[in-house]
Design a protein around this ligand. Structure first.
Ligand SMILES: *[C@@H]1O[C@H](CO)[C@@H](O)[C@H](O)[C@H]1NC(C)=O
Ligand SMILES: *[C@@H]1O[C@H](CO)[C@@H](O)[C@H](O)[C@H]1NC(C)=O
Ligand SMILES: *[C@@H]1O[C@H](CO)[C@@H](O)[C@H](O)[C@H]1NC(C)=O
Ligand SMILES: *[C@@H]1O[C@H](CO)[C@@H](O)[C@H](O)[C@H]1NC(C)=O
Ligand SMILES: *[C@@H]1O[C@H](CO)[C@@H](O)[C@H](O)[C@H]1NC(C)=O
Ligand SMILES: *[C@@H]1O[C@H](CO)[C@@H](O)[C@H](O)[C@H]1NC(C)=O
Length: 342
């Protein structure tokens, strides 16, 4: 027994041997440091989580109540609650806003269509915002412009500000849409922008309108100032008195090219939520406007415009070299353009 105790003591003595004690001390220091580190970390984590909690709560408080329970789930990506930097949506902060873009070509009735839309108390359609080159020069300036429009920070006479339920603009195919279509479609799909295609079936009539309009603008202003849209039958008469000559040699290829461009646009944007509207259908049947209002989920209203159609009646009266044009298109797939009105 005494021996055992002796050995035990000896052992402990050996452990306490001064030679080995630095190792033990180091171990103790390391363990202490680890415990301290863990403690500091745990405090940090606690502070971070206690900081983010109120933020998260704020987020819930400001955003959640705006979602309308009556909206079907499919529509949620297309209902937005913008927070403009330049003003406060005030009592309309929780009215959902739809984002749209009218994709069209010049002289296809988009000006008229836009005045109809803007006669709705809750629609802001801001015109051809990409007619300025510096806004469409590269994709980053395009996206920046889009952000401002859809954040309701874009000011035009059409802005309804607080109580807009649909906000958009019109975009001509020759204003950067086709060049940058991939990034634009991606933006539309991520931000939930709906596309309204507005095309004209009768491309020959469109051609007459283009030629007459550019004649009035560049060659001879019929009544002192250039007018691309008119508000009285007399003005329309003045403008339609000019009869353009259509190049019948290039007519077929010109029409084909217009058709191909429109089809390409439809193809590029087919993955976006979209509706196709034809100018001729709008003229014939105003209830097409109901479809558009439904598409934008707007409260239904009667829409009005003061614009007057410029070229009325048979095309034969509006084209100088009608016989040439008639002969060129007779028997082709464009023959119907000769006789269809509007
Ligand atoms: C895009 O265009 C804008 C305006 O024209 C210009 O200020 C900017 O530097 C351009 N950005 C790029 C990436 O080219
Ligand atoms: C439409 O505008 C009116 C008047 O500004 C507003 O009272 C109404 O709430 C708006 N409707 C929608 C759906 O935003
Ligand atoms: C021509 O312009 C004048 C003044 O700008 C206007 O009073 C008149 O109605 C216009 N006439 C037509 C036919 O456009
Ligand atoms: C008509 O089009 C043809 C083919 O594109 C072209 O060679 C000709 O110069 C054009 N004529 C006029 C008057 O513009
Ligand atoms: C007008 O359009 C509506 C809706 O698009 C359609 O239901 C109706 O049949 C059309 N009416 C005529 C006369 O074409
Ligand atoms: C086009 O020309 C044909 C004869 O070549 C004629 O029968 C037809 O009435 C003309 N069409 C129009 C719309 O003038």
């Amino acid at each position: 027994m005494a021996e055992d105790i002796f050995f035990f003591i000896k052992d402990t003595l050996i452990i306490k041997n001064p030679k080995k004690s630095p190792v033990l001390l180091r171990m103790i220091v390391i363990v202490f440091a680890m415990v301290c580190g863990l403690y500091i970390c745990s405090i940090c984590v606690k502070q971070i989580s206690s900081q983010t909690k109120p933020k998260f709560l704020n987020f819930e408080v400001t955003v959640r109540p705006c979602h309308d329970c009556n909206i079907d789930r499919y529509q949620i990506p297309y209902s937005h609650y913008p927070k403009p930097e330049t003003f406060n949506r005030a009592e309309c902060a929780c009215n959902p806003v739809r984002f749209f873009a009218i994709i069209s070509m010049q002289r296809s009735g988009s000006g008229w269509f836009e005045t109809l839309l803007n006669s709705h108390i809750n629609v802001s359609s801001n015109g051809e915002i990409f007619s300025l080159k510096e806004r469409r020069g590269n994709i980053s300036s395009i996206l920046k412009t889009l952000d401002r429009v859809y954040n309701l920070d874009w000011y035009t006479s059409a802005s309804k500000n607080q109580c807009s339920a649909a906000v958009g603009f019109k975009w001509m195919l020759n204003q950067g849409v086709m060049e940058h279509h991939e990034k634009i479609v991606e933006y539309f799909n991520v931000r939930g922008v709906s596309t309204i295609f507005l095309f004209r079936r009768n491309l020959l009539r469109r051609m007459v309108s283009v030629l007459a309009n550019s004649y009035d603008r560049y060659a001879k202003q019929l009544n002192g100032t250039h007018k691309s849209h008119v508000h009285s039958p007399e003005e329309a008469d003045t403008l339609s008195r000019y009869k353009p000559t259509i190049n019948s040699t290039s007519l077929m290829t010109d029409l084909k090219q217009l058709e191909v461009t429109a089809l390409k646009a439809l193809e590029y944007f087919s993955s976006t939520r979209h509706i196709i509207v034809y100018y001729e259908d709008l003229i014939k049947n105003h209830s097409k406007l109901v479809d558009v209002q439904e598409f934008l989920r707007l409260p239904r209203m009667d829409l009005t415009s003061r614009q007057v159609k410029i070229h009325k009646g048979p095309l034969a009266e509006h084209i100088k070299n009608w016989e040439d044009v008639n002969k060129t298109l007779m028997g082709t797939s464009y023959e119907s353009f000769l006789s269809i009105d509007y």
